[in-house]
Write a protein that binds this ligand. Structure first.
Ligand code: 5GP
Length: 174
């Protein structure tokens, strides 16, 4: 681990904000059947903390998607590599994602989930980079809006590393 990582959001601030989001969701969905759908792999740390901090019972499921095409910039093509295991009948779905960047992944996944006719669909993201949006896709619950920087930690990786960092950091090249 030779990369220099600058702290953008501290562990305490991340945990406090997730608790606030969990409280909002618990109040809104009290008495309802809620299914959290995490988008692998990035959502797992945020999803775990969110679910544990919520004061109402929730079920969980996961989907995975990957961008494909030429170049480092996402080409706009998104492939579903893991689909849901169960029916969404009678469920209020909350899609849980690490970050919304261009918006392509969430836009597509939200459409796919809506086609399965759950009672409702909302989106909770830990981080949002609004300046990078290419496709209209607003999350209903946003932990933090951040500038256009490549961040790691809380599930976000750099070459599969740093997902387990407990703060949100920016990799500094020296
Ligand atoms: P979108 O379809 O919104 O462009 O892409 C979202 C996905 O891109 C995220 O789920 C995440 O995997 C990846 N991504 C976007 N920005 C960052 C970032 O700053 N750091 C990391 N590690 N991944 C990012």
């Amino acid at each position: 681990m030779n990369d220099k990582i600058e702290v953008l959001i501290t562990e305490e601030d991340v945990r406090t904000r997730i608790r606030e989001m969990a409280a909002m969701l618990s109040e809104k969905y009290e008495g309802e059947e809620v299914l959290l759908i995490g988008i692998l792999n990035g959502s797992v740390f945020f999803m775990t903390e969110l679910a544990q901090q919520m004061s109402i019972p929730v079920e969980i499921d996961f989907m995975a998607a990957s961008s494909y095409g030429a170049g480092t910039e996402s080409s706009g093509n998104v492939l579903i590599t893991k689909d849901l295991e169960r029916s969404l009948d009678g469920k209020h779905v909350i899609i849980v994602e690490d970050i919304v960047d261009t918006g392509r992944t969430l836009h597509l996944l939200k459409d796919l989930i809506q086609m399965k006719s759950p009672l409702s669909v909302e989106v909770a993201v830990l981080l949002d980079k609004p300046s990078r949006r290419k496709v209209s896709c607003d999350a209903d619950y946003v932990g933090f809006q951040i500038p256009d920087e490549f961040v790691v930690g809380w599930g976000l990786d750099y070459d599969q590393k740093y997902r387990d960092l407990t703060f949100i950091g920016i990799i500094k090249q020296d």
